[in-house]
Ligand binder design. Structure first.
Ligand SMILES: Nc1ncnc2c1ncn2[C@@H]1O[C@H](COP(=O)(O)OP(=O)(O)OP(=O)(O)O)[C@@H](O)[C@H]1O
Ligand SMILES: [Mg+2]
Length: 474
């Protein structure tokens, strides 16, 4: 799919020259705009796209050379063809040094001009194509990048494989940091649209007033600051996939427009009247409780049903069992490679500490924790001391009443609290059962019993009590 070529901008103070350039170029089906001064050209360049500029070296007002330098400083990729009066090597060198892609000495044959313009058109297309490919290669997601062997994650990968090749709309739900973007990317990469664009929009990151024009584009002058016409991202996504992240943050009026778009693929640009149509697949995600948003009248129920053709629910990390360790090892390898620091692994005690944390920030939090640990670690393995003090952090984050996680019984919440408390104290006392028991004013026997019940593994040093070695775990 090659995009149409924007026009050529011709800058010349001689009317006849402008006319004859225009004639030659339009005959070859190039779109042309012509102005008589560099000042006008600078203005126009700020408002519209051109694939190249043809300018005379001598202009009234700002000279062709000055113009060339100014324009290239502002738009470094802009291609400028300079027309010079005399074919002296010195002038040619000057033009090229100033950043012109080419120069033509007067007088020139139309073929020479067309030849130079064709080269610029070709180069422009390559640059565009490269930019597209670059954007795409950043965004290739593979199924095996989604780490996790717990039943829910296995099911999830299976479902991605089943749903990806269809055009079904997908709604991805899950707490922050659970991997919703990863899933959306994989759905696109495994679809028949993989070769076309994958456009991502974060509805929460763009001010409400600008989101509509970002999505559907605007006409020139549609609002203050709309200096030029701008196609919408949905047009960019034509033939491909659009991923609307944080969809629950979209305003009600825009939800209505999105609904219409989802009904028949049509939309109008802001300030426009023409009805446009594209073929895009939509994937949406949110970390908010969408049902609650509907109940509170913040999200349209009809839109929800339109989006919710297939629903993915990503489990929080704390419900993924040993996946915590799998992911930790994965991030250790990943960051280890980029930091050129290869560690043997994660110590037993550190693993326990990872397993007993509740991970409110989910996989993103784990990723950050491992990255930090890798930076701090000086021994061949990640030690518990290189991990954050999760307890302290939890206390800092939750002054006042403790937050009760939704969907868990009081017993579960209390068990988790007890687990965190005991693990934290064990660490503080270098895994001495006696000291920990003393701290909690219970017997060693009672502590052991609770640890068993809460599935807390005793540290490696606890056996050698009472003379427990200090600091480092192994
Ligand atoms: N199963 C997984 N395997 C490997 N990496 C993962 C996994 N899940 C998430 N990640 C990584 O964790 C980080 C957070 O994931 P992502 O950005 O997809 O979260 P999210 O659900 O979109 O969060 P938010 O709601 O805050 O936008 C990313 O760096 C992602 O690559
Ligand atoms: Mg996200």
């Amino acid at each position: 799919m090659s995009l149409p070529l924007p026009p050529v901008l011709v800058v010349d103070d001689e009317k006849n020259m402008r006319l004859s350039l225009k004639t030659v170029l339009t005959a070859e089906r190039y779109a042309v705009k012509a102005v008589e001064s560099a000042e006008e050209a600078m203005l126009l360049l700020g408002q519209e796209d051109f694939f190249m500029v043809i300018t005379d070296a001598r202009l009234g007002g700002m000279s062709g050379y000055e113009f060339l330098a100014k324009a290239r400083a502002q738009w470094p990729e802009l291609q400028v063809l300079m027309i010079t009066a005399y074919a002296t090597p010195k002038l040619a060198v000057e033009a090229i040094q100033a950043g012109a892609v080419d120069y033509l000495p007067k007088p020139f044959a139309p073929e020479e001009l067309l030849h130079a313009v064709a080269r610029c058109a070709e180069r422009y297309r390559l640059l565009q194509e490269n930019a597209r490919l670059r954007a795409r290669s950043d965004e290739t997601y593979r199924l095996d990048q989604i780490i996790g062997e717990c039943p829910k994650m296995r099911e999830l990968r299976q479902l991605i494989q089943t749903v990806a090749p269809t055009d079904a709309r997908v709604l991805v739900l899950g707490e922050s940091g659970t991997g919703k973007e990863l899933v959306a990317g994989a759905l696109h990469s495994l679809s028949q649209r993989a070769e076309a664009s994958y456009v991502r929009i974060n509805c929460a990151a763009i001010p409400e007033t600008l989101l509509e024009s970002e999505l559907f584009g605007h006409e020139k002058g549609a609002f203050t600051g709309a200096l030029r016409q701008k196609p919408g991202r949905v047009e960019e996504a034509d033939g491909g996939t659009i991923f609307l992240d944080e969809i629950a943050d979209m305003s009600r009026p825009l939800q209505a427009k999105l609904l219409r778009f989802l009904e028949d693929g049509t939309f109008t640009r802001v300030g426009g009247t023409q009805e446009l149509r594209v073929n895009v697949r939509l994937i949406a995600a949110t970390n908010r409780d969408i049902v609650k948003a509907i109940q509170e009248d913040q999200f349209r129920e009809d839109l929800f049903h339109r989006l919710n053709v297939v629903q993915f629910r990503l489990p929080p990390l704390r419900e993924r069992g040993d996946d915590v360790l799998l992911l930790a090892d994965h991030f250790l390898r990943l960051f280890g490679a980029s930091m050129h620091k290869s560690l043997r692994g994660i110590s037993r005690v550190a693993r326990q500490k990872l397993q007993s944390h509740r991970w409110p920030g989910n996989v993103r939090e784990l990723r950050n924790v491992i990255e930090r640990a890798l930076i701090l670690e000086t021994s061949p393995e990640i030690q518990a001391s290189s991990l954050p003090d999760f307890q302290l952090e939890a206390r800092l984050q939750k002054p006042g009443a403790p937050a009760a996680p939704a969907g868990e019984s009081l017993d579960e919440i209390m068990a988790q609290y007890e687990r965190d408390l005991i693990t934290g104290l064990l660490e503080q006392h270098h895994y001495s059962l006696s000291k920990t028991a003393e701290h909690l004013k219970i017997s060693r026997h009672a502590l052991r019993y609770r640890m068993q019940r809460l599935n807390i593994q005793p540290g490696p040093e606890t056996e050698e009590e009472p003379s427990a070695p200090a600091a480092r775990d192994r």
